[in-house]
Ligand binder design. Structure first.
Ligand SMILES: *[C@@H]1O[C@H](CO)[C@@H](O)[C@H](O)[C@H]1NC(C)=O
Ligand SMILES: *[C@@H]1O[C@H](CO)[C@@H](O)[C@H](O)[C@H]1NC(C)=O
Ligand SMILES: *[C@@H]1O[C@H](CO)[C@@H](O)[C@H](O)[C@H]1NC(C)=O
Ligand SMILES: *[C@@H]1O[C@H](CO)[C@@H](O)[C@H](O)[C@H]1NC(C)=O
Ligand SMILES: *[C@@H]1O[C@H](CO)[C@@H](O)[C@H](O)[C@H]1NC(C)=O
Ligand SMILES: *[C@@H]1O[C@H](CO)[C@@H](O)[C@H](O)[C@H]1NC(C)=O
Length: 245
């Protein structure tokens, strides 16, 4: 564990007040709670950065939009951070928003300097179980997150890691870190301080695998179908089962 050399830490460093994910190591695109990269002291938006809204045909970067695809309203950052060329650790502090006693976590990657999409999954979706449905402290740490399948970057190539946290009702928080692939020895070291699964009474977060299975039958006793939903969206009628590890 401690020999790991790299990590992405999504962690909040300030008191629990309002609530989003925050990347503290190796960094993040920026504070998408309060800024959009244009404020004094921020990096300037790189021409060509993909924004999330069109107004008059111009892409916009509204601030405080952590729930918006792909990166919570933040443009691509100029200050990239190094991440191991073979994959590395990711740690998340997920409890900075109410409603995450259960949450789904997606870890994706977009390739290149300005990814056109973040459709390359690094891990299957998994579920976390937090200590309460209000804001809570604590982190989870995945020591060795692999690269997406069939992706073999070279040292010096760029990519973006996207972390999505979906609450129980489906609302999702987006956060990104722009990386440059590097030799592990050139990446900031992982420590028990910046990558750990918290286990205290108030910050214990556990993990569930997420499986899917086909409905046995529409009349099966444990499932009650909404008539309108079954007419309008039959393809949505797949059933996910949460299974404790
Ligand atoms: C990049 O700069 C922004 C704006 O100053 C800062 O918020 C962010 O933490 C920096 N990211 C990295 C990876 O250094
Ligand atoms: C679009 O609107 C923004 C904000 O009002 C403005 O800064 C920009 O110059 C406009 N772009 C065009 C092409 O009109
Ligand atoms: C950044 O956010 C501010 C509001 O804080 C907004 O006025 C500005 O238009 C945004 N910039 C871009 C490029 O979207
Ligand atoms: C997503 O981006 C990759 C390049 O990173 C590209 O090959 C792929 O076609 C894109 N997928 C879609 C659906 O646009
Ligand atoms: C990666 O990004 C850095 C910083 O923006 C840039 O200097 C470098 O040329 C990029 N690498 C590639 C392979 O495009
Ligand atoms: C945190 O818990 C997960 C799930 O059990 C595990 O895969 C991971 O290795 C743990 N992280 C550390 C740093 O022990």
């Amino acid at each position: 564990m401690l020999s790991l050399r790299s990590i992405v830490v999504l962690a909040a460093t300030c008191a629990i007040a309002s609530a989003h994910t925050v990347i503290t190591y190796p960094g993040w695109r920026g504070d998408n709670i309060h800024t959009n990269g244009t404020e004094p002291g921020s990096v300037n938006i790189i021409p060509g950065s993909l924004g999330i809204t069109y107004t008059n045909g111009t892409l916009g970067f509204p601030y405080g939009m952590q729930w918006m695809y792909p990166c919570g309203g933040m443009p691509t950052s100029r200050n990239r951070t190094k991440w191991p060329v073979g994959g590395g650790a990711i740690a998340i502090q997920p409890g900075w928003f109410p409603g995450h006693s259960l949450a789904l976590i997606y870890l994706n990657m977009g390739y290149g300097n300005e990814p056109l999409n973040m459709s390359h999954t690094m891990l299957p979706v998994f579920q976390i179980v937090g200590p309460s449905n209000l804001e809570y402290p604590g982190t989870i740490c995945l020591p060795q997150v692999p690269l997406p399948a069939n992706f073999t970057p070279a040292i010096g190539d760029n990519a973006t890691i996207q972390v999505i946290e979906a609450a129980q009702h489906g609302a999702s928080l987006y956060n990104c870190v722009d990386i440059t692939f590097a030799d592990p020895k050139d990446v900031e070291e992982v420590t028990p301080q910046n990558c750990f699964n918290s286990s205290g009474a108030n910050d214990k977060i556990t993990f569930n695998n997420v499986f899917t299975s086909a409905l046995v039958s529409a009349g099966s006793a444990s499932v009650r179908l909404n008539t309108y939903a079954s007419v309008l969206a039959p393809s949505l009628l797949s059933l996910a089962a949460w299974v404790w590890l």
